[in-house]
Design a protein around this ligand. Structure first.
Ligand code: GLP
Length: 240
């Protein structure tokens, strides 16, 4: 797994967006697996800027959701789909017909997960994944422990993850279950970019970089990915 350290969040956003734009130039109908969370927001804003500048054509780009809270539907502003819609789909003019999403309100979670995976297979697989890492090392909602072949599934969120979602659920009950693309799906992407920003993430990033693939540190499975890069800003990676 390659590591690229850049100066600051702005440079991180530009670097990630440039890599996505290169992929889209090569393959206009690329399928992008897109994390929500704070970390990729600058990159998505930069993609929108490139589109406005006329240097990025997103008219065929396809997107897949990485994870979703259980029992939310796409119209719920708290849903991760709602967040992705505001931050990525709307600014890049990506029609919902070009989005693979979780049917998180489907009573049968197993069915929702199998149909998500089947759509990804039918779409030809994921070309590029933009990922963030949780403070406990999770990718998507692959909470520790998650094996490298963990399937797309319903998961119980750890108390740490529930706590870090609190800010987004002011006043309402924070979900403690979610659907997530499995580690297996994440590791099958053609290219994976893990974005890490800020001093809060320095400790977990150091552990991920040093660790052999370990179910208790799900992001460490990326060491087995054939084309994975970590792009970190200096605050997240103060040491060389
Ligand atoms: C969240 C999401 C992940 C996200 C990660 C980091 O809980 N499930 O998809 O990448 O945690 O979030 P942030 O970028 O806000 O630190």
């Amino acid at each position: 797994m390659e590591l690229l350290v850049v100066d600051d969040p702005g440079a991180l956003a530009r670097e990630a967006a440039a890599r996505i734009a290169d992929m889209v130039a090569e393959r206009p109908d690329a399928l992008l697996l897109a994390a929500t969370g704070e970390t990729p927001m600058g990159s998505y804003a930069e993609l929108a800027r490139l589109r406005r500048a006329g240097t990025l054509d997103t008219s065929s780009l396809r997107v897949a959701q990485l994870d979703e809270y259980r029992d939310t539907d796409a119209s719920d502003p708290h849903s991760l789909y709602g967040w992705m819609d505001r931050a990525l789909l709307e600014p890049l003019a990506i029609d919902p017909a070009r989005v693979i999403r979780f049917a998180a309100d489907e009573p049968d979670a197993e069915l929702a997960c199998r149909s998500y995976d089947a759509e990804i297979v039918a779409a030809g697989g994921i070309d590029i994944a933009i990922l963030g890492v949780g403070l406990n090392g999770h990718l998507g909602f692959n909470e520790p422990p998650s094996s490298a072949d963990a399937p797309t599934r319903e998961v119980a969120l750890t108390p740490e993850s529930v706590e870090s979602n609190r800010a987004y659920w002011a006043g309402s009950t924070i979900p403690d279950r979610a659907l997530t693309a499995g580690m297996k799906t994440i590791l099958a992407t053609r290219r994976a970019i893990l974005l890490v920003s800020g001093p809060r993430k320095a400790g977990i990033l150091d552990r991920v970089l040093r660790s052999a693939p370990d179910p208790w540190l799900p992001a460490s499975h990326l060491h087995r990915h054939p084309d994975a890069i970590v792009i970190a800003d200096r605050a997240a990676r103060p040491v060389a």
